[in-house]
Design a protein around this ligand. Structure first.
Ligand code: SF4
Length: 412
């Protein structure tokens, strides 16, 4: 068994931050102050923070249900009330958990339930499922569901699109003022956008440690350390966390530590993580002397466009320029650029059964990579949360065969 590197010390700080985040939300929901806003993972979080809300992200809760494998028991509960096994398994795992009266927050923090929302704010930039998901809770709680409807399949991002989204985000203000009881303050929004910008700049630097040879962190590390960028962006805690993590990475780099000791091969991962099998896949790649050094998924919390001088329009641009919003040609170019930048010898496409939005293998992209760009590809069938769609044996056999093929090509 290959020995991994020593654990990252900053993880302790992250655990504390996450505990504070969830305990704070629980307290706010019970006391009714501050008000609680639910937000999609790439929704307008900066505006919600600026309006004084505590912000909760159901997709993060969905991932926790997957990582703890509780999703296996909760998905069928949502299926039984009409939410198809073919739609987002974050949604089904989460709604099923609510109906069953369980949450991973109980074991982790002693919290009984997810925080009751005062408002639910979506952005359809990633998919339609998030709106349907929020509407289920909106009906349950009698809480308002408001949001931003974003174009999909975007090629070039035009000013008219940015204007439209900026107007939609700004259009949320009157409802948020009424619900929060706070008056909108543009300077407060500038502050939160600036904090998100600082967070994003540092998160990018963390990910760029993957381009070292050997890589400092792998995809499996990224899926853990991305948590503050997802749930605490717009807050000073996220900035403080990445300052600490970056200082540690610098030291580890100077000491020659590697995510995969004896790294021989490097891959790019496209698609969702298989949350319930991260450990298994991480150990397998370690055995195969292979570091997965970059991924579309973890890069999705880099928002270069944030600009405190132009908060609404820069938020609009940041949430519109995202990979998931773009057309096939953009996505192919993006992945190719990252494969080159990170020196990857191949790409693993995860075809997540319940998330077509994050499965980029379905329109012949792997074939184009192999034929046009000469990059070997592998498609793994699975899912983000529904482990009925994932076979350990099949994934192992396929990854081993893929790495043999890459090793042979390297030796030729
Ligand atoms: S992008 Fe995929 S995983 Fe995320 S909420 Fe939408 S359907 Fe679910």
């Amino acid at each position: 068994m290959t020995q991994g590197p020593p654990p990252i010390a900053a993880t302790k700080m992250m655990k504390k931050l996450m505990a504070d985040h969830f305990l704070g939300l629980d307290r706010a929901a019970r006391e009714g102050s501050p008000k609680v806003a639910w937000c999609t993972s790439v929704g307008p979080a900066e505006l919600l923070h600026a309006m004084g809300f505590d912000v909760y992200y159901p997709e993060n809760h969905g991932a926790l249900l997957g990582a703890t494998r509780m999703a296996t028991d909760t998905i069928p509960v949502a299926n039984a009330v009409g939410y198809s096994p073919d739609i987002c398994s974050y949604l089904t795992a989460d709604v099923g958990a609510f109906l069953k009266g369980v949450t991973p927050l109980t074991k982790a923090y002693g919290i009984e339930s997810v925080p009751k929302p005062d408002v639910l704010v979506f952005n359809t930039n990633q998919c339609r499922d998030v709106q349907d998901w929020f509407e289920w809770y909106g009906r349950h709680y009698g809480a308002p569901v408001i949001g931003v409807r974003t174009q999909r399949g975007v090629g070039d991002v035009h000013e008219s699109m940015v204007e439209d989204i900026a107007a939609q985000i700004e259009g949320l203000v009157p409802a948020l003022e009424e619900i929060s009881g706070n008056k909108f303050d543009i300077d407060r929004l500038r502050e939160t956008v600036d904090l998100s910008k600082q967070c994003t700049v540092m998160w990018r630097k963390v990910l760029e440690y993957g381009d070292k040879t050997p890589a400092q962190l792998s995809f499996f590390d990224h899926t853990i350390h991305m948590a503050p960028a997802v749930v605490l962006r717009g807050k000073p805690e996220a900035v403080a966390y990445y300052e600490t993590l970056l200082a540690e990475l610098q030291e580890r780099d100077a000491a020659g530590m590697a995510a995969v000791p004896g790294e021989r091969f490097r891959l790019y991962w496209d698609g969702m993580p298989v949350w319930g099998r991260l450990r298994m896949l991480g150990d397998l790649m370690m055995e195969l002397d292979t570091a997965i050094v970059a991924s579309t998924y973890c890069n999705s919390w880099i928002f270069d466009a944030f600009d405190a001088d132009d908060p609404f329009r820069s938020m609009a641009r940041a949430y519109l320029e995202l990979f998931i919003v773009r057309d096939e040609a953009f996505k192919e170019r993006y992945i190719q650029d990252h494969v080159e930048l990170y020196g990857c010898q191949g790409i693993v496409f995860h075809d997540a059964k319940t998330c077509p939005n994050n499965s980029n293998n379905r329109y012949a992209m792997p074939q184009r990579f192999a034929e046009v760009h000469g990059v070997p590809t592998l498609v793994i069938n699975g899912d983000l949360n529904d482990l009925r769609c994932f076979s350990d044996e099949q994934a192992k056999t396929n990854l081993e065969a893929f790495m043999e093929q890459i090793a042979e090509a390297a030796a030729a």
